[in-house]
Design a protein around this ligand. Structure first.
Ligand code: DGY
Length: 328
């Protein structure tokens, strides 16, 4: 039976064509989020929502969506959804874990290489005609091979980053809510340490935690002041994990070596002053942004959505408690 579905972002064409053929799908085909009122109006009569990180799926939105039976998030992170409210209202929520692990780890590693070898600065200089001649001490970066990598958050993506670090002979320190098994630590050559040790001993610190009450501003003044003056901070997780104003000051005063950022505290806005600095690389939240991965994410989100709307358990449900009282 055809379902009434709201899809808040443009997906690969064949997936959208299939959705429109089989369901009453209302799709936002512009590459920018629905305005709030349009979003609220859009979900009012819908049974299914395929949401993006740019949608605020809060209590207000859920209260207006009396027919909503399933929310399938396009992405692994779902901090934009009030999952507690959805659970209370009997609405299952799903995400797309696993399929974006490699792409996101690749991007974190690309930031590690790019910031330490000054790739963006070098590109800029060359394009602007400022590369006049080779010289032994010109435009030097810092080597990555053999340096210590600190991983904060050792979930799937953190582990994939640690795995890549092995190719660069980098000792790995990690901090996580739960310690890995001895065999996993051995396989990844990763040592569990407290935050203070990780911050003060790492040459690169890569963040891979979800955004929660506990991780908001996990990295602030105090943490930045523990870092080596040559160390780099990499964030491809969620912007608010870092106090961006504190980071700006640390970068400006050269208290740390630099930063590679894919996400921002008030995305897409940047803290004023950040874009003027040379010791930071700024990307537009493209951690999972490869053709292959975005296709897999779209297929997975649709699979979750249709399973949920058919009364089945969505394969990637994040609030299984809802199953005892789900809205059918
Ligand atoms: C994710 O999957 O969480 C990406 O950041 C897109 O939301």
């Amino acid at each position: 039976m055809k379902k009434r579905i709201l899809v808040t972002g443009r997906l690969p064409q064949d997936i959208m064509t299939d959705l429109v053929k089989k369901h009453e799908a209302d799709i936002n085909i512009e590459d920018k989020p629905f305005a709030r009122e349009k979003f609220l109006e859009g979900i009012r009569d819908k049974e299914g929502l395929l949401s993006m990180i740019t949608d605020t799926v809060d209590e207000e939105a859920l209260d207006r969506a009396d027919h909503l039976k399933m929310i399938a998030q396009f992405g692994v992170g779902y901090n934009n959804i009030d999952v507690a409210a959805a659970t209370r209202l009997g609405i299952p929520v799903s995400n797309t874990p696993g399929v974006l692990t490699d792409a996101t780890a690749e991007l974190a590693f690309a930031l590690i290489l790019a910031i330490s070898r000054r790739l963006v600065e070098g590109d800029r200089m060359t394009r602007e005609g400022r590369f006049r001649c080779w010289a032994p001490m010109l435009f030097l970066g810092r080597e990555v091979t053999g340096k210590t990598l600190g991983v904060i958050g050792m979930g799937k993506i953190g582990k994939a980053v640690a795995q890549r670090a092995r190719c660069f002979h980098m000792p790995v320190l990690y901090h996580n809510r739960k310690r890995m098994s001895e065999s996993e630590e051995k396989e990844l050559m990763a040592k569990y340490v407290d935050m203070k040790t990780l911050l003060s001993q790492s040459d690169f610190i890569s963040l891979h935690v979800p955004l929660t009450k506990e991780t908001r501003h996990l990295i602030g003044n105090k943490e930045l002041s523990l870092m080596k003056p040559t160390a780099y901070l990499i964030n491809a997780s969620r912007g608010p994990v870092v106090d961006e104003m504190a980071l700006l000051q640390a970068l400006k005063k050269k208290k740390i070596g630099g930063a590679g950022l894919d996400v921002y505290e008030n995305e897409p806005a940047l803290t004023p002053g950040l874009a003027e600095l040379d010791n930071v690389i700024l990307l537009p939240h493209v951690g999972s942004g490869t053709l292959e991965t975005r296709y897999r994410m779209a297929s997975m989100a649709v699979e979750n959505l249709i399973a949920g709307l058919s009364g089945k358990v969505p394969p990637n449900i994040v609030n299984p408690d809802v199953l005892s009282h789900r809205r059918l």
